[in-house]
Ligand binder design. Structure first.
Ligand code: AMP
Ligand code: MG
Length: 388
């Protein structure tokens, strides 16, 4: 049995072998860059107007209008002292432009332009290279591609990027009592649900489950199921069968398959019978079958490793500290992850904390952490992970 901190340290300190791939920009959201990106040209690549207004040559309050430049125009207008040209946002400023005056501060009479105020040198001109100079590092290796990253890479004219591959994840659910939704339910049977929750949690963070396998509580079936799945994945998740019951075969079957235990059992609630192991570069989490336990363990332990395996620099959910909006006492002798809801800057511990209860997790959006045998007063802060 290890503590939560020890378990997290073991998970996060695993040596991983990263694989790279080149993908198109339209598929790259959520991937991590495997190669640094340099600016292929100055950004912006030409001096352009930040406003709809007038490009001015010289600093005065009256000008003669000599032309018009719209965004995308290539006409090479050259202004002389005292001349101005109508210009639109993003259009290349003509040569000799001293400043651009926004149209709201101007009046036009025939070909004469009058300004409400004196212009300032360089005003409203977006200078060539003002954001990035050619050759400059735009993103380092390890940068996670977000929407703005896609925007910038697109504006640099890049169609493809080299990223770290995401791990291939497989999921095995175990249990004689489990039937698939849609099947006729007999007494003693329950609908298998962890695979839906875990696949959803994977997708929520940009991962996917490439195969779901359902296995009965049978040692040989568990052993061969694990062998087959391990063969072709980077991360194997199992649900159920990892506790101490007579029908819990997962641990033994993993050992038989050469999976080396990194830890088994964590001093926590829910999720005590959590197993973590590896075989070469393949990782295995055997998650407890109780729905809230398996999903909690996913957010706390599985997610950080998935993120590390996909090259992320920062992995694991951010730990926040929020004030509790009521008193709460953990009378138990294990630290707890409590299903909670964060609203308006405060955290509320929800009803329905049982390991098998998942409604509170669905209605809530956070896991609040509390030490064993500890009490927190209203207004005092608790550590939380935001999960929804
Ligand atoms: P186990 O960890 O196999 O002892 O299972 C603990 C509890 O979780 C039992 O009540 C199981 O019926 C339930 N359970 C196990 N696997 C699943 C699953 N895939 N979906 C829903 N409930 C499950
Ligand atoms: Mg079971």
């Amino acid at each position: 049995m290890v503590t939560i901190e020890e378990a997290l340290r073991i998970v996060k300190s695993q040596e991983v072998a990263l694989k790279t791939t080149t993908i198109s920009l339209s598929e790259a959201l959520g991937f991590t860059l495997a190669r640094k990106v340099l600016a292929p040209f100055d950004m912006p690549s030409f001096d352009n107007s930040a406003m709809d207004g007038y490009a001015l040559c010289g600093l005065q309050q009256e000008y003669t209008l000599v032309g018009e430049i719209a965004a995308g125009d290539t006409a090479d207008l050259v202004l002389k002292e005292g001349e101005a040209a109508r210009i639109f946002t993003g259009a290349k400023v003509p040569e000799n432009t001293t400043a651009v005056m926004m149209q709201e501060k101007t009046n036009v009479e025939n070909t004469r332009l009058f300004l409400d105020e004196m212009p300032r040198e360089s005003q409203n001109i977006r200078k060539r290279g003002g954001e990035l100079a050619a050759g400059q590092i735009v993103f380092e290796v390890g940068h996670m591609i977000n929407a703005a990253t896609l925007g910038l890479l697109g504006s640099l004219g890049l169609k493809k990027v080299e990223v770290f591959q995401k791990p291939n994840v497989k999921l095995i659910t175990t249990g004689n009592e489990l039937i698939a939704p849609g099947q006729q339910r007999e007494e003693g049977q329950i609908y298998e649900s962890n695979s839906f929750a875990l696949s959803g949690a994977l997708e929520q963070f940009g991962f996917r489950c490439s195969e779901k396998i359902q296995i009965k509580d049978d040692y040989e079936a568990t052993k061969s199921g694990i062998a087959g799945a391990l063969d072709s994945c980077d991360m194997l998740l199992l649900s159920g069968g990892i506790s101490v019951g007579d029908y819990d075969f997962v641990k033994q079957a993993l050992e038989e398959n050469g999976v080396e235990e990194q830890f088994y059992k964590v001093m926590q609630k829910p999720g005590k019978p959590l197993f973590f192991g590896r075989k070469a570069n393949k990782f295995v989490f055997a998650l407890p079958g109780n729905p809230a336990s398996s999903l909690t363990c996913f957010y706390v332990y599985v997610l950080p490793l998935l993120q590390k395996l996909s090259g992320a620099e920062n992995y694991g959910l951010t730990r926040y500290h929020f004030p509790l909006n009521h008193d709460y006492e953990n009378k138990g002798n294990r630290p707890v992850f409590l299903k909670a809801k964060y609203t308006n800057g405060k955290i509320e511990i929800l009803d329905g904390q049982g390991s098998s209860m998942i409604q509170s997790m669905a209605l809530g959006n956070a896991l609040a952490f509390m030490n064993a045998e500890s009490a927190v007063k209203k207004g005092e802060s608790v550590e939380c992970l935001l999960i929804n």
